[in-house]
Design a protein around this ligand. Structure first.
Ligand code: DOR
Ligand code: ZN
Length: 345
């Protein structure tokens, strides 16, 4: 198969576009990557912790590109009470994102214990909202970046047991253990898989801050488990790019370099390349377009463009934007074997 016209564009269930100038630079790349539905992360500075913040943020996004359906999340913090959940549901907000304190970019306001949020989770379960979990424990004591996700898995299972009807997404899973845990949970638990974690292992980010993200890419066996899950056709696993733009100056820092890999511009091409490399290109549409939409039960605008994936070479640009705020895309300068083409309807 050398060309696939998708029945509908890609839905990307984990997108960082920031605000202000970075938002203006990055939002137009959502469509370029073949995506018409973007689930927008709330880790702005300060984070999105009220319904009015989320609604205003959605309007700013729409002003940059009105052809995308933006799905909004709130940043879990003490402000997200059960009352806020009921208000959020009425305002069309889809979910709540939970960052454990200190594990990644802009997670300083994150959660130290889940217990105080049980009433919030109960309200979300009642309203049928989605809980998005950044599944890592902070690096304290015996915990470090390589086992932080595995150490989190008992918490995933505990929350699922306490709130069996609450739809939970284990975001950007990176390990064989996480895949196994998601498979062991009931149908209300799913996981997103990024494009970059289908390519990267520990050797690729040790010494290369442009490939550094959280959770960090793990071992070759873990990557193999992710590829197997993504290409399996099991609807529990769907696409969430976790594309995370950072100004080049913050990536070139060495010590203290920001965590995040930017894949938005060629999102669907990276994924197609990996699926094709294991003979599973026939499974790509389910992963990119169908399973996430089904799990989220989303309402969206009729797409204003079509997307075709073609097996032809694309050279990944070296830079998006100019000056110190420019962003270096994943695999900059390398050639991908697949191209994303969008056509206005
Ligand atoms: O690598 C990451 N970057 N992981 C996250 O969880 C956050 C993201 C960001 O916001 O840059
Ligand atoms: Zn993220």
């Amino acid at each position: 198969m050398t060309s696939i016209k998708l029945s509908r564009p890609v839905a990307d269930f984990h997108v960082h576009v920031r605000d202000g100038k970075m938002m203006e630079l990055v939002v137009p790349t959502i469509k370029q990557g073949g995506v018409s539905v973007a689930y927008i992360m709330p880790n702005l500075v300060p984070p999105v912790t009220s319904v009015s913040d989320a609604v205003a943020y959605r309007s700013r996004l729409q002003a940059v590109d009105s052809s995308i359906t933006y799905l909004m999340t709130l940043y879990l913090s003490p402000k997200i009470t059960p009352e806020v959940i009921h208000e959020a549901k009425k305002a069309g907000i889809t979910g709540v994102k939970c960052y454990p304190a200190g594990v990644t970019t802009n997670s300083d306001y994150g959660v130290a214990s889940y217990v105080p949020y049980y009433p919030t989770f109960a309200a979300m379960e009642e309203e049928d909202m989605v809980l998005n979990l950044h599944g890592e424990c902070p690096s304290i004591g015996h915990i470090h970046v390589l086992n932080a996700e595995e150490e989190f898995l008992p918490t995933l299972k505990d929350l699922h047991t306490r709130f069996p009807k609450l739809r939970i997404v284990l975001e950007h899973c990176t390990s064989a253990a996480a895949v196994q845990a998601v498979l062991e949970c009931g149908p209300t638990v799913s996981a997103t898989i990024t494009a970059h974690h289908l390519f990267l292992t520990i050797d690729n980010w040790a010494g290369n801050s442009f490939n550094f993200c959280k959770p960090v890419a793990k071992f070759p066996d873990d990557r193999a488990a992710l590829i197997k899950a993504a290409t399996s056709g099991n609807p529990k696993f769907f696409f969430g790019s976790d594309s995370a733009p950072h100004p080049i100056v913050n990536k070139e820092k060495g010590k203290g370099a920001s965590a995040g890999v930017f894949t938005q511009t060629l999102a669907a091409a990276y994924v197609a390349q990996v699926f094709d490399s294991v003979g599973a290109i026939d499974k790509v549409e389910g992963f990119l377009c169908e399973f996430g939409r089904d799990f989220y039960k989303i309402e969206e605008m009729a797409p204003s463009f079509s997307v075709t994936l073609t097996k032809t070479d694309t050279v990944v640009p070296n830079l998006l934007g100019e000056g110190p705020g420019a962003v270096v895309p994943f695999m900059a300068g390398e050639t991908l074997g697949w191209t994303v083409k969008t056509e206005d309807l």
